[in-house]
Structures are given as C-alpha cells and as structure tokens.
Design a protein around this ligand. Sequence first.
Ligand code: ZN
Length: 86
Amino acid sequence: MSRIRPANGAVPFLYGYLNRAHTVLAVWCPPCNDWHLHHDLYRPGTTVHAEAACTRPGSPYRAGGYDVNITYIPLDHVLRQARLYR
Ligand SMILES: [Zn+2]
C-alpha cells in the first residue's frame, strides 16, 4: 500500500477507538461502511497515520491512507451505542 500523500499534503482523518488494552484501533470507514482494525500499542489523545485497509475500489483513502485521531471513548462503549441504533 502506498504512503504517497495528496499533492496538497493533506491527509484525511478519521476518528479511532481503542479496546481496553489499547492494542486494537478501530476506525469506522464511511466509504467501506465498515470498521477497519489496526494492531499496535496506541495512546488515546494522539494521532497516528495508518495505511488504508479499504477494500472498496473507490475509497479515497486507498492512495495515501488516513490519519486517525484516537479518541478517549472506549471501543466497547461505541459498539454498545451502535447496537442501540440498529
Ligand atoms: Zn475503508
């Protein structure tokens, strides 16, 4: 996967949510309409760059990935909330 950034240097960002151990970063990807999971040791309140895990050909993130703003909201909280709106 390419790390090339757009000509204007801008990288789109998404919000990310961590599991309790801070080892799984879950990013909701609107173009794919799905979660992308990244594995490392992360800290809430930081921003990381991630290669896009997009499978959808038209996803704008495939070329340069995305920056992820890691929130303090635990992933299990987000998933619980999401279930309420199904
Ligand atoms: Zn995607």
